[in-house]
Design a protein around this ligand. Structure first.
Ligand SMILES: [Fe+2]
Ligand SMILES: [Fe+2]
Length: 178
């Protein structure tokens, strides 16, 4: 698969989940919020890893303008990672947790829109379809290996340990607060 198509389909998955999460927020559906938060987190984490490790390094030498866009992308990833890491300190379903997810989704929307409008369109103009397909194969392999357990192992060690002991639910969503 073309690397840009692979990344954009992942963006679309996250957009869809953000939309569903906002709907669950409006409906006060705590269970749906927790499920979606776990799925979003897994998709966002794996997406950032394959961009950081493979996509950005592969495209940054295509031109100075691309290198600038990659540097911006890395900074935006840093913001998202920080917000995600701080979620660990918040009680799932609580007001602060909902507010953090709202901010997170705004940042992600900005980042994905920015990537698609600037970086991806620039990469598409200065690479061949064969080059993008080969890169896409590497992204797909890495993403497959990461799987849904990335977040549990990398960013939710406490929740992961709890789940290994038989507590908690998927993706570190252990309890729901009103
Ligand atoms: Fe990104
Ligand atoms: Fe992306």
């Amino acid at each position: 698969m073309d690397a840009l198509d692979l990344l954009m389909s992942s963006h679309q998955r996250v957009r869809g989940m953000c939309h569903q999460f906002e709907q669950a927020l409006d409906d006060g559906n705590g269970a749906a919020m927790l499920t979606l938060a776990g799925r979003m987190r897994a998709e966002i984490e794996t997406h950032m890893v394959i961009e950081d490790e493979l996509f950005y390094p592969a495209v940054r030498d295509l031109g100075e303008d691309v290198a600038v866009l990659v540097a911006e992308g890395i900074e935006e990833h840093h913001d998202v990672k920080l917000l995600l890491s701080e979620l660990v300190d918040l009680s799932p379903g609580a007001s602060a947790w909902k507010a953090r997810w709202t901010v997170l989704m705004e940042r992600i929307e900005h980042h994905t829109d920015h990537e698609e409008a600037e970086l991806f369109s620039r990469v598409r103009t200065c690479t061949t379809s064969d080059w993008r397909r080969k890169l896409g194969e590497r992204l797909a392999v890495r993403k497959g290996r990461l799987g849904a357990d990335l977040t549990r192992r990398a960013l939710h060690p406490v929740a992961a340990a709890g789940r290994r002991r038989g507590h908690g639910s998927r993706m570190g969503a252990t309890t729901v607060s009103a």
